[in-house]
Write a protein that binds this ligand. Sequence first.
Ligand code: MN
Length: 320
Amino acid sequence: MVQEELYHRFADALNGSKKILITSHENPDGDALGSMLVMYDYLVSLGKSCKMYGNGFLPPQFSFLSFVEKISQDRDSLLIEEFDLILMLDCGSARRTRIDDLIFGSDAVKINIDHHASNENFGDINIVDERAVSTTEILYSFFKTQRVTLSKSMATAILTGILTDSGNFAYAATSPDTFNIASEMLVHGANVRNILAATGRNKNLPILQIWGLALNRLHYNKEYEIAYTVLTQADMKSFGVDAFELDGLSSFLNTMKNAKVVMVLYELADGRIKGSLRTNRHDVDVAKLAQVYGGGGHQKAAGFEVTGKLEKVGERWKIT
Ligand SMILES: [Mn+2]
């Protein structure tokens, strides 16, 4: 559990700041967006001047979240020197913001709030709780210590993080607390229908078709009890799908019985390969596996990126 003392230090830092930058990891997911938006919502209500920056693809299905249109994606228009406080939310490593070069060249106080076990504690203040199912769950605890009354939009943002990162209460880190907080968010008027519609029915035809190709290529290695599949840039081009839209594929494959580990490897547009790892086993830690390749994540869901290409050699796929 995060010590209250740390939350008070965080509150003091917020109070003492004039202009705040809020950011998260590239291609933000529901938790990354929910975390940024709930902090923005809160700080604006306090009369603070703040800006949000999100790198990469912003999933359009979350457009119902309040203030999402305020997220800037323009790195060049970011005047890093105007901020005296920078919040990095839901990032296991600062690199995942894709503006870490700017951030660490600035004098601003850096605050790292996250729930990845592999978090690198890169902030001046680090609020990291790997037992939290989502970063929004940590922010909820912070608001609780500050006796903040949650608005409907704040409750919706918090619940978005909880539902997306817990796979609707299915994943390991889900605790009785998770259900309690979710229920409290509903009492505060969180729009659960919108969240479920955004996360449950968000695949278009080309995405499902490329999933079909990935399913077709699924290979099971008996020796290592690992199921894996691959998608190349050429595959994505032929379906008109971008790599960031493959979100959810590895979790779906993880419904496979008996596989110890499920892995999806796919080529990114910039010459890297992304590996997405999942397990349902308690005795396997895919975050550790991902760390071998410079990645990270959670015990049951993790990822890494390496430079290379995927090539088919005979019946097998290789990273070259
Ligand atoms: Mn998260």
